[in-house]
Design a protein. Sequence first.
Lengths: 333, 333
Amino acid sequence: MKKLINDPKDVVSQSVEGFVAAHGDIVRAEFDPTFVVRTDAPVSGKVGIISGGGSGHEPLHSGFVGAGMLDAAVPGAVFTSPTPDPILAATKAVDSGAGVLHIVKNYTGDVLNFETAADLAEADGVTVRSVVINDDVAVQDSLYTAGRRGVAGTVLVEKIAGAAADRGDDLDSVAGIAEKVNASVRSMGVALTPCVVPHAGEPSFDLGDDEIEIGIGIHGEPGREKIPMESADAIVDRLLTPILDDLPFSSGDNVLLFVNGMGGTPQIELYIVYRHAAKVLADRGITVARSLVGNYTTSLEMQGASISVLKLDDELTQLWDAPVQTAALRWGR
Amino acid sequence: MKKLINDPKDVVSQSVEGFVAAHGDIVRAEFDPTFVVRTDAPVSGKVGIISGGGSGHEPLHSGFVGAGMLDAAVPGAVFTSPTPDPILAATKAVDSGAGVLHIVKNYTGDVLNFETAADLAEADGVTVRSVVINDDVAVQDSLYTAGRRGVAGTVLVEKIAGAAADRGDDLDSVAGIAEKVNASVRSMGVALTPCVVPHAGEPSFDLGDDEIEIGIGIHGEPGREKIPMESADAIVDRLLTPILDDLPFSSGDNVLLFVNGMGGTPQIELYIVYRHAAKVLADRGITVARSLVGNYTTSLEMQGASISVLKLDDELTQLWDAPVQTAALRWGR
């Protein structure tokens, strides 16, 4: 294992230290327990939004803390849910009295620990609503999940719910928007290589020299099948067909097309994936109205990509276009 | 070789097609010959700025085309200089009569082909100035270079020169600013793994399971030495000491600290690198006034990172902070 780290046990804390040192205009961190929070939290009158989960998916979630998106993020150990303690602390840190939305990817540990933290926060007088993200169409149940997994679609939920909170929506409305995005987005991924969790020191699963895994989870959980390597266009077809058939998406729809890198895939390849995905959508009469391409929900250094398609309406489009100022995603203002 | 591509010979053209499809609000492409250009080029009265070079370093350079940065980018084949033809075409496409600056990384092929294109453009009545970037302190001469190589510091030159052109500076002034940034920035990198050029199909160089290369070039050219794997902090010391000693940087300086990923390194590791680099600078009495962390000058899927330090004054800081709206780097507005 070759990684730019000092000690596997310090990976998350030292990375968070570097992160807030680099982006001190936007975020600060607490370390006992550990979370990342906007420097100006709680924002008076605004619904607070937090997310979190195991580390190793950066920029998800800390990279999305800032104006127009998350108020705080709670990073667990690599690929391990954060405990209720830091989730509770982050919840309290972002509550201005307007309540707090928890955006939770659907993994058993995450769901349980966010629920516990929400109960404790409610007992302390903070109103909490939770939205569980389950956009991955690849498998019904999985290694760490009852039901579908939450993957890259989470980024879109965080951006759009963040914009709703920013324009002054109340907690029920922000939670409703988040639910709507989750209900309107579908995702699926492919792995070309496994990744190495620092404290494990060896690959999280095996893939042959000419083998790929269709429907991979973001922790390397099994997907639908291992198949021999194919062309980018053929792989895109394998990912996109189940996505489009599931909602279903149909002719006349406006969508956001999100091609997400798993961490180790060159950008030049992500745009080759985007190119064919956009063509497939056009062939089906679906209009790509907005796009996002890059490494936003990663699995350490895994090579691979996922595709997410979000059905847009005027409100979601307007919220997507709203200004955002985070370490990883920014425009406007 | 597992890559999300269709055919090695189509990698650049298909990636450019995807890139402009995803970012059609900012850029368009020409394909005969191939270059990427702002949709609103030439911008009336503004000095045009172009850069280019071999593909495989994305988002460099196409990702930096847009308001406040480059007017066009010329991607060659992977790790291969573009020919004079597309450089000439891009030069003409961005000239509004105020002249065009060529930002050229110091590789023999790039320098030669940009020179030829500049001569042809001048013959056609376009005034061209060129600035050659050579920020890499690792080696004096190298596989493809007489003198020092141009690496990640190029991003900083493009951003700051772009802001100077955007505020209305004339060609001599924009070229002068670019020269000043190049004279004030120093960089050095490390590779943990090699990368695979698509048409070659095998790793560009060899590294043992526990070996890294200090001073690596962005095409995998040899650096200073191969050494056994070390801690992130020890590696940062090896990169930063030659950088700081070279300019030299000294106590009281304000700097921009840029930690650049080579493509395949998880973001969590880049921030561990940033953390120690910032500490070393603080210990030397150097103030980190601005930061940039991410994959901006890559070598396909290479694992590794580079550090660049730019000495700032008030003017460079103001130009760095100016709004920018490109696919890969954006803030403000």
